[in-house]
Structure formats: structure tokens, C-alpha cells
Design a protein. Structure first.
Length: 232
């Protein structure tokens, strides 16, 4: 499997799904009330508050209730993602949060760098949140952002299960035709969309990920570690 660009999903691909659901989400909910109490009227926080629908930005109580509702349903909407990134920033900076990358990720980033393979990220999380995650990791080095060329989310690229999103991403780098891209994700429908757009695709099977069907295993390459990629 030869590629010039490695396009990576995050959850279930480079770090456990549980980190987002069991660590990042609860942290955001935990610090939200105190953040609103101290920053509700600040100029810095205004951009996040004003991005919410007016009926929820009218009071702290309505704001918190709406955030809890969205997160309980795992709604992927831009203004929530931006707020989460803002809340997580403090946690990363204070050392309360650190992204637990799978052990094969940082070494593979280093190898791809030596081989001239560009690394790009495509996640449903906002681009600022993606950058935070890769800046504060348990890897060596801890900050992997210097190795990453670009970041894409559902705002600047589109839904992850639509082929047009991958076409849009590839079009930003015309020097690399779609066939030169390798998309890695735990989500079968995302891999199918990337392949429909002309990219190479591979399913990443990690502990805690959803069980793959026999059909998915027959239709797509499946790996348990990035170390297996050279053998494909």
C-alpha cells in the first residue's frame, strides 16, 4: 500500500474511543459551570456564547442545559465543538488532559516523516480540538503537530461518510491525486466514502472499537496496528 499522504481519523484510530467519551466529554461538563460563572461576560468567551442559538445564549442555565443535551446525544455541531475545544485547552495546558495515543502512532509519524509521506487529520472534532490533542500526547515527542501538514473537520471538509468530502480534501492538494492518499479509520462507512472518492482506504481495528462484520473484513484491508501498514 503505497501512499504520498496519510489521512487519519482520530477516535479509534490513533487513540481509544474511550478517551473522548470517558475523559474529554466529562471534563468539559465538569468545568463548564465554573467557566461560565467566571467568563460569561468576557470578550474572549463572547465568541463561543454568541455562536449558540439565542434562546440558549440568553442565560447560563439554558446554556448548560443545551450543552448537556447535545453531548448526551453526541450531536456533532460546530458551535458545540468550538466550545469543547476552548474548555479542553485549559485541561491540556494544566496537564489534567493528555491524549493517550496507541504506542504505534508516534513511531509511525516519525517513519512517515522520513519517507516524505505527508500526514493530515480528518475528524468530526473541530480543527482547534484536533491540534490540542496532537500537541499534548503521551507520545515521544509529546507534541506531534510539527509532523502534521493539515487538519480537516466537518466544517471545512464536510460529513465524513460522504465521498464529496474526501474529494474536497484531495482537491486542496492537486499535486497529490486521490489515488496517492491513504485514509485510515475505524469507521467502515468512512473508509467506503474515501475509496469511492478514489483514495486508498484501510480499517483500523483497535481495542474498544465496534466489532467488524465478516463482509467488512472481506471488502477492506484491516489492520490492528500502524506497524502492519508496510506489509499490506
Amino acid at each position: 500500500m503505497v501512499a504520498k499522504v496519510a489521512l487519519l481519523d482520530i477516535e479509534g484510530t490513533v487513540c481509544p474511543i474511550s478517551f473522548v467519551k470517558d475523559v474529554l466529554f466529562p471534563y468539559a461538563l465538569e468545568v463548564l459551570p465554573d467557566t461560565l460563572e467566571s467568563e460569561w461576560d468576557s470578550a474572549e468567551f463572547a465568541q463561543y456564547r454568541n455562536a449558540f442559538p439565542s434562546e440558549y445564549a440568553a442565560s447560563q442555565t439554558a446554556f448548560v442545559d443545551h450543552v448537556k443535551d447535545l453531548m448526551s446525544r453526541d450531536v456533532k455541531i460546530a458551535y458545540l465543538k468550538s466550545l469543547q475545544g476552548y474548555l479542553w485547552l485549559r485541561g491540556y495546558e494544566t496537564g489534567q488532559l493528555k491524549a493517550p495515543l496507541f504506542p504505534d502512532v508516534a513511531p509511525k509519524f516519525a517513519m512517515w516523516g522520513k519517507e516524505g509521506v505527508q500526514i493530515m487529520i480528518y475528524s468530526s472534532g473541530s480543527v482547534p480540538a484536533q491540534k490540542l490533542l496532537f500537541r499534548y500526547t503521551n507520545g515521544e515527542p509529546a507534541d506531534l503537530t510539527p509532523k502534521i501538514t493539515d487538519y480537516f473537520d466537518t466544517v471545512n471538509a464536510g460529513p465524513k461518510q460522504e465521498a464529496s468530502s474526501y474529494e474536497r480534501i484531495a482537491a486542496k492538494y492537486p499535486e497529490h491525486p486521490a489515488a496517492d492518499w491513504l485514509f485510515l479509520s475505524d469507521n467502515v462507512k468512512e473508509v467506503e466514502a474515501a475509496k469511492k472518492a478514489g483514495m486508498q482506504g484501510c480499517i483500523v481495528e483497535r481495542p474498544g472499537n465496534a466489532e467488524l462484520s465478516d463482509e467488512a473484513r472481506k471488502e477492506h484491508a484491516v489492520i490492528q496496528s500502524f506497524e502492519a501498514l508496510p506489509d499490506l
